[in-house]
Design a protein around this ligand. Structure first.
Ligand SMILES: Nc1ncnc2c1ncn2[C@@H]1O[C@H](COP(=O)(O)OP(=O)(O)OP(=O)(O)O)[C@@H](O)[C@H]1O
Length: 252
């Protein structure tokens, strides 16, 4: 795998300070992500996983700390219009509930990010065609999302997320609404996309069956990274049972 660094999350703190409450959602979180690396984030409920994804994607502002992309500190991404530009250029999103537009066809859904980027009609046609083929959706191109199975809808969402070749894919519980076999199919599609585009990915998941596909699993608890498993290097990725055990330990 290419080990060039893509993302550095450095010393991120996030405190929500409201009327009569203060929540430290993230406490000094740091980690790196290489090009082509797939990192899974697991952790107890309320441990800060969504807050972290929101900060990496500039939807939320850290209290302190920095986000570096390709060696450059992204110091203006938390203010508009830079935030929208940063997201459009750098980040693809996949959500648990697909977030497809039901009034549009499969191919129109996939084309949306290209239209927002101002791509030409020829480029849109060419890229959508390639992505439909890659994801095995070519014969479904004219259908509406509601006419598709959950797994097919999530594949459309993956295609839409990656159609502009963003350096980073963020997936928040991408298999949360899917059964075991369909989840496996979606993970295999994501792994295939990684192969096709050397795609870096961060996947938040509660499911150890998903986490085992990752190169690295970061475990969050109470706003901090408390442990990690790696599939290579010193500490081998433990089998699925050990990921379960770790999660049970954190939830105790
Ligand atoms: N906008 C907000 N205002 C105040 N507190 C918030 C806000 N968003 C998140 N929090 C708090 O920050 C902490 C971390 O929340 P976060 O949603 O990041 O956790 P999570 O690990 O994604 O949880 P889950 O697995 O249940 O989705 C929680 O205590 C949560 O209540």
């Amino acid at each position: 795998m290419n080990q060039k660094s893509l993302l550095s999350v450095r010393n991120i703190h996030k405190t929500y300070d409201g009327d009569g409450f203060k929540v430290q959602a993230l406490k000094d979180v740091s980690f790196g992500l290489a090009e082509g690396e797939l990192v899974a984030i697991m952790g107890t409920s309320g441990s800060g996983k969504s807050t972290l994804l929101n900060i990496i994607s500039s939807l939320d502002t850290p209290s302190s700390g920095t986000i570096e992309l390709k060696g450059k500190v992204m110091d203006n991404i938390f203010v508009e219009p830079h935030a929208t530009h940063y997201r459009r250029e750098n980040i693809g999103f996949v959500f648990q509930s697909f977030h497809l537009l039901n009034d549009l066809s499969v191919e129109e859904n996939m084309a949306i990010p290209l239209i927002l980027q101002g791509a030409s009609e020829a480029e849109i046609q060419h890229k959508v065609q390639d992505m439909l083929t890659l994801l095995g959706l070519a014969s479904w191109r004219k259908k509406r999302p509601v006419q598709l199975s959950g797994g097919q809808q999530q594949r459309v969402a993956i295609g839409r997320a990656l159609i502009t070749n963003p350096p980073l894919l963020l997936a928040d519980e991408p298999t949360g609404n899917l059964d075991y076999n369909t989840s496996k199919e979606i993970l295999e599609a994501l792994v295939e996309m990684r192969g096709a585009f050397n795609q870096s990915m961060i996947i938040v998941t509660h499911d150890p069956n998903v986490a085992v596909y990752a190169d690295r699993v970061l475990f969050f608890h109470d706003g901090q990274i408390v442990d990690q498993y790696e599939s290579s290097g010193e500490r081998k990725m433990d089998p699925i049972l050990n990921i379960f055990k770790k999660m049970m330990e954190l939830s105790a």
